[in-house]
Design a protein around this ligand. Structure first.
Ligand SMILES: C[S@@+](CC[C@H](N)C(=O)[O-])C[C@H]1O[C@@H](n2cnc3c(N)ncnc32)[C@H](O)[C@@H]1O
Length: 274
């Protein structure tokens, strides 16, 4: 796989294309796989079909404890799918900030917010591994199918912790693995952009969340993703596919929840860190 900068460029290129072409990669592959992972949002209040590009891999806004007046940050907000559901709950008094690295996604999300007439929903262009927001601002940070695309997941999780207010929480949906993928899948740029090969082991993911200082780390939903053989066979041989199926390796969409303890200090400099 490429270096971090190249991976981020690849992600921007793929998701920029999806944003411009209306939620599909056309004949290319990343839209196909992310659509397999997506759950239906249509029953959630605040759902806006224009913001649903079929790119999520769970419903992090299904069980969150978002309250009226809260400040919610959506990491990798895409066209604003979860941000608008959060806006429905926080109402006029709250605030929703979406962050995305892909300029065309930000453009699309802003157009959606404008159409909806929301003045307290803002989409910021930025990289979540260097969060463009101050510390201690969010009551809730949500994210849907994004951390798997970020090369340094531990760094992003460490950035999330100070951004949350003490007592704040972090519901997240993402893709994780149980077992090793064959090299052909691991090395594929399209599988990376399609949210498969950038995923890490579930245990490692949970350890990063716990290691950052979060408490009450729980998994609320887990679903095995069955990628069709015809897609897998574009990257691996028939023999490798057989071995993969026997190996028990699985690709899972998970929705989890974590809290920043109410008494937690946010590091504000060397003295505070010590
Ligand atoms: C699979 S899509 C999910 C979009 C949205 N969360 C949804 O459910 O519709 C991943 C999104 O994460 C964004 N993204 C990927 N890496 C990012 C990073 N390092 N910082 C900010 N956004 C990122 C992409 O631009 C893309 O919009």
């Amino acid at each position: 796989m490429q270096n971090e900068t190249q991976i981020k460029e690849l992600v921007k290129e793929k998701y920029g294309k999806i944003a411009r072409e209306g939620g599909s990669c056309g004949t290319s592959f990343c839209g196909d796989v992310t659509n397999i992972m997506a759950d239906s949002y249509s029953s959630l209040e605040g759902y806006n079909p224009d913001a649903d590009l079929g790119l999520g891999c769970g419903l992090p806004t299904e069980f969150p404890k978002i309250k009226e007046g809260d400040t919610v940050i959506d990491l990798g907000s895409g066209a604003g799918n979860d941000a608008f559901i959060a806006r429905r709950i926080v109402g006029e008094k709250g605030e929703v900030i979406g962050i995305d690295i892909t300029p065309f996604m930000i453009e699309r999300a802003n157009k959606n917010a404008e159409k909806l007439g929301y003045e307290n929903v803002e989409f910021r262009l930025g990289d979540i591994d260097d969060m463009p927001v101050k510390d201690n601002v969010a009551d809730v940070i949500v994210s849907n199918c994004v951390l798997n695309l970020v090369p340094d997941k531990e760094k992003v999780i460490k950035e999330i912790f100070p951004t949350l207010k003490p007592g704040g929480h972090f519901p997240i949906s993402d893709i994780v693995l149980n077992g090793q993928l064959p090299e052909g899948l691991k090395e594929s740029a399209e599988m990376y952009a399609g949210c498969v090969s950038g995923a890490i082991q579930k245990s490692e993911y949970l350890n990063h969340i716990q290691g950052a200082g979060f408490s009450n780390v729980t998994l609320q939903k887990e679903k095995k993703i069955e990628v069709p053989d015809e897609i897998l066979l574009q990257y691996i041989s028939r023999d490798e596919l057989k071995t993969l199926k026997k190996s028990g390796t699985g690709i899972y969409s998970v929705t989890g929840y974590a809290e920043k303890p109410a008494g937690a200090k946010t590091c504000c400099g060397p003295a505070c860190c010590n």
